[in-house]
Every structure is written in structure tokens, then in C-alpha cells.
Design a protein around this ligand. Structure first.
Ligand code: UDX
Length: 466
């Protein structure tokens, strides 16, 4: 019995984007025989050579391993899925009109698979589809012998492999015991918690999870604005709140606003699903609105730090991707802000370690120092590690004015201040440099002297502010 439970499956994957490719590589590494279909011939040729079209740490090794072990193959031909025991739909479901996800790719695939799938195969929807979409998938497929089930993915870009291999939970939406058994076999090597639900609930779990996380971020971003207005430090507030296990420390980093390929689409997707049944989700709607306000607020902060009109200002922009460890710029707050700064007339130079240079609305620079040449202001928009590790001595020689606006609170403010920089952050005290003969820097809000030699020595506010 144990052997049967762990027996490798013949798995088909439709779509080789972030979710499909990660799933294909991880499932093959778990011992399954995986066939991944993608209609993009060029991409398939690339993948057969082990070339990965996306930036995802660790994926190249996993794909190379799968190809080498002959447990992973890529094709453009749906017929290669004829012997698959289970097929995972991992196709894009972009936002359509009125926020309703466009599932035309799923329709085309379901219709194509109808003629191909083996009797009694399981068709699993991994893509984020509108609640209730499985009814339509069943219609398009038109096959009573094939079970349509839902298995939402919770993969984050940049840590997709770890998220797949060590999931907090696996949600299976299915009502057929044999199909549930096959899906459990798919994930048996992970030894993760499996939650079996009805199909509609599984579809909703994905939207509800992403909307909840987006709401949590909107909340902490609002607290950051309040901290700034009252002189509190959002870092301390988030730590104090997060230590309560009911709240938790994850997703508590304030920033310029949330973005990416999922949160904006899924929050709007959820509100559109609700409107279809005459319900208004006021909390999710407010989280979306609050996120737009956070972007406006961040833009206003940047503008307020320019001494000259924007058209006479040069801004060095660090970061373009929607978060670190990805090359994805979809719905990126960094792109949004860069675009607005360029539109204001400012000369904006951009550096990002992974984004394509064409993605910047400004001028591309090859490294963080080139991006800040003669800059009146350095703006940190994405939390790349590289920006935590800057040589401020070198930076001081490139900028015109030593002022940093760190929207991600990633820069080492003490090190920056010791080289003469003033560091502004969202929801946190501004850190000022000290006069040249002083050791340490002045933290205006707390009225404290901070620094290597005299950390936490109380001073009178104003003493050391230049
Ligand atoms: C998200 C979900 O986390 C994942 O489960 C789902 O499958 C896809 O959508 P992803 O879009 O890759 O993943 O990014 P995530 O790491 O969740 O970040 C989303 C946004 O929130 C980014 O803009 C990020 O910068 C922002 N964020 C995240 C913060 O501002 N602060 C935080 O503490 C965490």
C-alpha cells in the first residue's frame, strides 16, 4: 500500500510560465515523469537546452537535473499528454475588463485537451481562476470520465521553489475520492498538510489569501503614514504588533505600496466575483484604495525632498522590479513612481540588478553609482540586498546632494549618515549626518545620538542637526 501511495505519476503540465515551470521542475525532482506543454515553440526549444526564460533562483539547476534524469521533457504537442494520469493547468489568467480574470487561455486548453486526455485522467486547475470556473472548464472539456479539480498555487516569485517544496499547506478542491487519491500521491513526497475541500472553496482560498495579505500590507502602510505624522517608528510598531502570534511578523514591511502580477489582479478579481453576486467587499476595496494612496503619498514625499523644480533635478533611482529577487516589473510600484517622476520633468536615472533596461521610463545606468551621478536625490524603490551593502564613501563622490529617500528602509542609515548623507524613510525617523568632528549621527525623532562610538547617548533635540 505504501508503495502505491508513493508510486511516481505521469504528469502533464500545460503552460511553462512561473507557475508551470516551477511545478514541472519540482514535481520531476520529486520523482514524477513530467511532460510540460507550451505553445511557444521558441520557449520550448530554449527549455530543452536547459535555458530558463525567467529569473527564479535555483530553477535552472532543477530543470537541468530533470532533463538529465529524463524525468522532465518539454513539447509543443498536446498529444504528448495522452498517457498523463494527471494534468495541471498553469496558464495566464490576466485581468480582463471590470477586473474579471480573462480565462480564454484556459478555455482553449480545455477544448484542446478534450480529444487528448486518457480515460479517467484528472485535470487540475492551478492557475488563479474566478470562483466557480470549474463548472465552465467541465463544459469546455465535455468529458464525463475526466475529473476537474482545483489545486491553487501559493508560490512567491523569488522563492517559488522553497514555497513549492515546503508549503504551509496544500489545498485540494475535489469531490471524487479516486481523484483526491491521485492528487495526494502527486504531493506525497512533500509530507505537507493537505486540506481537501469542495472545488469552489479551493478556488476562493487563493483569492482570499492574496486579498488578506494585501490588506495586511495596506494596513501597515497606513500605520507608516501615521507614524510619520506622529513621530513614531513603524519598524518598532510592526515588531511590537508582530510578536503577537495572532498577528505575526510576516508581511509587515511597509514600503511604497504593493504590486506584482498577483495582488493587484487578485484583489480586483475578488471584488468582481463579489459584485457578480451583489456583494460589496468594503475591506478589500479599501485595501486597494489605500494602496493607491500609498503610491501617491510616496510620490509626494519624493517631490517634497527636491530643492529645485523637478525639471531642474536629477534623481538616482535604485530598483525597478516590484520586489527583490525577481526580474518582474508587472504592476511594480517602482516603475509607477519612476514614470511619474519622469512625467514631472525630472531627469531620472535607473539601476536595477535584474530588470530589463527597456523597462525603465527613465535612463538606464549600469550600476548604482552610475545611476546617482550628479543626483540631487537618491531614491530607493526596491529592497535588493545590493542596496543594503552600498559603499557610501564612493556614493558621496558621485552625488550632487547627499540626500537619500529610502522607500524600503533597506539602506544602512547609520553608515550613510557617517558619510554625510541624510536618510529619509517611510514611517521612520529621518537620520541626519553629524558635523564632521562628531562620531555618530542624529536621529531627529527620537532625540538620540546614535552611532558606533556613542550609541544611544541622549542629546537635546536640535543640537546636532546641520
Ligand atoms: C504573491 C503571494 O505571496 C503568493 O502566495 C501568490 O501565489 C502570488 O502572489 P508575489 O506576487 O510573488 O506572491 O509577491 P509577494 O512576495 O507576496 O509580494 C507582493 C507585494 O507585496 C510586493 O509588491 C512586495 O514588495 C510587497 N510586500 C511584501 C511588502 O511591501 N511588504 C512585505 O512585508 C511583503
Amino acid at each position: 500500500m505504501g508503495d502505491l501511495k508513493n508510486r511516481a505519476l505521469r504528469v502533464g503540465i500545460v503552460g511553462s510560465g512561473y507557475v508551470g515551470l516551477t511545478s514541472a521542475a519540482c514535481l520531476s525532482s520529486l520523482g514524477h515523469r513530467v511532460t510540460a506543454v507550451d505553445l511557444d515553440r521558441e520557449k520550448v526549444l530554449q527549455l530543452r537546452n536547459g535555458e530558463i526564460p525567467i529569473f527564479e533562483p535555483g530553477l535552472d539547476e532543477l530543470v537541468a537535473d530533470g532533463l538529465g534524469q529524463r524525468r522532465l521533457r518539454f513539447t509543443v504537442d498536446y498529444k504528448q499528454l495522452a498517457d498523463s494520469e494527471i494534468v495541471l493547468l498553469c496558464l495566464p489568467t490576466p485581468q480582463g475588463p471590470d477586473g474579471v480574470p480573462d480565462i480564454s487561455c484556459i478555455e482553449t486548453a480545455a477544448r484542446d485537451l478534450a480529444a487528448v486526455l486518457a480515460p479517467s485522467a484528472v485535470l487540475l486547475t492551478k492557475s488563479t481562476v474566478p470562483v466557480g470556473a470549474h463548472h465552465r472548464v467541465r463544459e469546455w472539456l465535455g468529458r464525463d470520465d475526466v475529473v476537474v479539480a482545483s489545486n491553487p498555487e501559493f508560490l512567491r516569485e523569488g522563492s517559488a521553489i522553497a514555497d513549492f517544496m515546503e508549503p504551509d499547506r496544500i489545498v485540494i478542491g475535489a469531490n471524487d475520492p479516486r481523484a483526491i487519491g491521485i492528487i495526494e500521491r502527486l504531493y506525497a513526497p512533500l509530507e505537507a498538510e493537505i486540506q481537501v475541500t469542495d472545488v469552489t472553496s479551493a478556488e476562493l482560498v487563493k483569492y482570499a489569501s492574496n486579498s488578506f495579505l494585501a490588506t495586511k500590507l495596506s494596513f501597515i502602510n497606513e500605520m507608516a503614514r501615521l507614524c510619520e505624522a506622529t513621530g513614531a517608528d513603524v519598524d518598532a510598531v510592526a515588531r511590537g504588533m508582530g510578536s503577537d502570534r495572532r498577528i505575526g511578523n510576516d508581511f509587515m514591511r511597509s514600503g511604497p505600496g504593493w504590486g506584482g502580477s498577483c495582488f493587484p489582479k487578485d484583489t480586483r478579481g475578488l471584488t468582481s466575483v463579489a459584485s457578480a453576486v451583489a456583494l460589496e467587499l468594503t475591506i478589500t476595496s479599501a485595501a486597494i484604495q489605500s494602496n493607491e494612496e500609498q503610491l501617491d503619498y510616496t510620490y509626494g514625499r519624493i517631490m517634497s525632498l527636491l530643492e529645485q523644480p523637478p525639471c531642474a533635478s536629477t534623481i538616482g533611482g535604485w530598483g525597478l522590479t516590484f520586489k527583490a529577487n525577481t526580474d518582474d516589473v508587472r504592476e511594480s510600484p517602482a516603475v509607477h513612481l519612476t514614470k511619474r517622476l519622469v512625467a514631472s520633468g525630472a531627469n531620472v536615472m535607473t539601476y536595477d540588478p535584474a530588470a530589463a533596461k527597456e523597462a525603465t521610463p527613465g535612463t538606464w545606468a549600469e550600476d548604482p553609482y552610475a545611476a546617482t551621478q550628479d543626483a540631487d536625490l537618491v531614491v530607493v524603490l526596491t529592497e535588493w540586498d545590493e542596496f543594503a551593502d552600498i559603499d557610501f564613501g564612493r556614493l558621496a563622490l558621485t552625488v550632487k546632494r547627499p540626500v537619500i529617500f529610502d522607500a524600503r528602509s533597506i539602506v544602512d542609515a547609520a553608515a550613510a549618515a557617517s558619510h554625510g548623507f541624510t536618510v529619509h524613510r517611510i514611517g521612520r525617523p529621518t537620520v541626519f549626518p553629524l558635523a564632521e568632528d562628531s562620531a555618530g549621527y542624529f536621529d531627529l525623532t527620537r532625540g538620540l545620538m546614535l552611532g558606533a562610538e556613542i550609541a544611544s547617548t541622549e542629546v537635546t533635540a536640535g543640537d546636532a542637526v546641520p
